[in-house]
Design a protein around this ligand. Structure first.
Ligand code: E4P
Length: 220
């Protein structure tokens, strides 16, 4: 399963990229706004740090606007995936951009039918938002399982990019279903790294080594 980081924060991107964990990045207008810096510089920097796919989102809602912005976003790098909303104009833009060889991520997917239509339009990725479904009392992970079945039945090449992930259990469940990608807020990826028994084990190893060193004076 590929891991993307769901952020526009350069420090977090560098941190996890240096560990070799990142296959790509997803951003959205809210994440760019949170950073409060020049968004053009931010988007450019991300495409330069990350070798894999970087999703950058259009903010126009009409077809022509999305095409113009999509082509402009693509100038930031060959690894840019243009993110369009799941609307009629978004699907039309997806069809045009995909036919022109520009990969598209259709975002704000909340139903299996939306995912099916986005795949038909040629999307490279569909982004179902599981956390936002959980928030309104629906089961976001069921949506991932339904999309997985549909895409497998018809051998769609479109990848399921699990978005709006809120905690590590979401990641385990998405992996068990066989989702292609999870995009994670830095805080979730941090939690996945940690286990209290790792910390306890490491402390006891270090204490035991210290005792041995004090006794023998020998270093590694
Ligand atoms: C990613 O592509 C989405 O924009 C993001 O995961 C949304 O997450 P949120 O529901 O936590 O805002």
């Amino acid at each position: 399963m590929k891991i993307f980081l769901d952020t526009a924060n350069i420090e977090s991107i560098r941190k996890f990229n240096d560990m070799g964990l990142l296959d790509g990045i997803t951003t959205n207008p809210s994440l760019l706004s949170k950073e409060g810096r020049n968004p053009k510089e931010g988007m450019k920097e991300i495409t330069e740090i990350i070798k894999g796919d970087v999703s950058l989102e259009v903010v126009s809602t009409d077809y022509m606007g999305m095409i113009t912005e999509g082509k402009r976003l693509r100038e930031y790098g060959n690894n840019v995936v243009v993110k369009v909303p799941m609307t009629s104009d978004g699907l039309k833009a997806c069809k045009t951009l995909s036919s022109d060889g520009i990969p598209v991520n259709v975002t704000l997917i909340f139903s299996p039918n939306q995912a099916l239509l986005a795949a038909k339009s040629g999307a490279k990725y569909v982004s179902p938002f599981i956390g936002r479904l959980d928030d309104i009392g629906q089961n976001g992970m069921n949506l991932i399982a339904e999309i997985k079945t549909i895409f497998s039945n018809y051998d769609f090449k479109t990848e399921i990019l699990v978005a709006s992930v809120r905690h590590p259990i979401h990641v385990v469940d998405a992996a068990k279903i066989g989702a292609d990608v999870v995009t994670l807020p830095p805080a979730v990826l941090d939690k996945m790294l940690k286990h209290p028994l790792t910390d306890i084990g490491l402390n006891s190893f270090l204490e035991d080594w210290k005792k041995l060193h004090e006794k023998t004076g020998i270093d590694i």
